[in-house]
Write a protein that binds this ligand. Structure first.
Ligand code: PEP
Length: 248
């Protein structure tokens, strides 16, 4: 059984005080279910978030990290620094990082490996653009991203990773892939993972959908056979919505 995982991606939103009151508001309402709830927050909030979520079943994640442990990389944050704060998850290769910060499949692969080495669970994002979808290239694009992202990672480690399938055209646009379409691509990703590892691992690995998930569509998405969770941007910023998403 794959444990469902709902992860909020706060992007570049919230101050420390806003984050603290958010957790205050949600912590009594996140049911003790089998759903894993994660908040991926800006670096400046992580330490405080870890503190205020102590004793709750809310996990804390970062939104990026460098693949080196230290060095002359001005402005970057390393896996050692995240480990220092006991961070549980890190988003790797979000499309916004690929688009605006030159993230490539190669850097994604290095970062995923490094996160695993430090026991931080990577949420590895893949997904096609609108042009790629319209050209009928969705599967070949995600296949290549998944294969390159997982290159050289041993099978036992692959199953610890969370993959997030996020069609770029559905992120922050209000457009969602139909739950059947999302499920079809995610089932295909499972097939790709089977080919680079094994059937058992492809059955164990958790794959999320991301792209305009909100309280009104989360249940339908989560009811799909191959979708194990959601990576949620906009709707994760409101305490009331986040509660509904996690308690779908
Ligand atoms: C995201 O940031 O990963 C995302 C899916 O955003 P949104 O839910 O706002 O589309």
């Amino acid at each position: 059984m794959r444990k469902p995982i709902i992860a909020g991606n706060w992007k570049m939103h919230k101050t420390i005080n806003e984050a603290k009151s958010f957790v205050e508001e949600i912590k009594g309402s996140i049911k003790e279910t089998d759903v894993e709830a994660v908040i991926c927050a800006p670096y400046t909030i992580l330490k405080d978030l870890k503190e205020v979520t102590k004793g709750t079943n809310i996990k804390v994640g970062a939104q990026n990290m460098h693949f080196e442990e230290n060095g002359a990389f001005t402005g970057e944050i390393s896996p050692l620094m995240l480990k220092d704060l006991e961070i549980d998850y890190v988003i790797i290769g979000h499309s916004e990082r690929r688009q605006y910060f030159n993230e490539t499949d190669e850097t994604v692969n290095k970062k995923v490996k490094k996160a695993l080495e430090h026991s931080i669970i990577p949420i590895m994002c893949v997904g096609e653009s609108l042009e790629e979808r319209e050209a009928g290239d969705t599967k070949s694009i995600v296949k290549s991203q998944v294969e390159k992202g997982l290159e050289g990672i041993n099978h036992e480690d692959i199953k610890k990773i969370v993959v997030a399938y996020e069609p770029i055209w559905a992120i922050g646009t209000g457009k969602t892939a139909s739950s059947e379409d999302a499920n079809e691509v995610i089932a295909y990703i499972r097939e790709v993972i089977k080919n680079v590892s094994s059937e058992d691992i492809s059955e164990e690995i958790r794959i999320q959908y991301g792209g305009s998930v909100k309280p009104s569509n989360v249940e339908e998405i989560m009811n799909q056979s191959d979708i194990d969770g959601a990576l949620v941007g906009g709707a994760s910023l409101e305490p009331k919505d986040f509660i509904e998403l996690v308690n779908f």
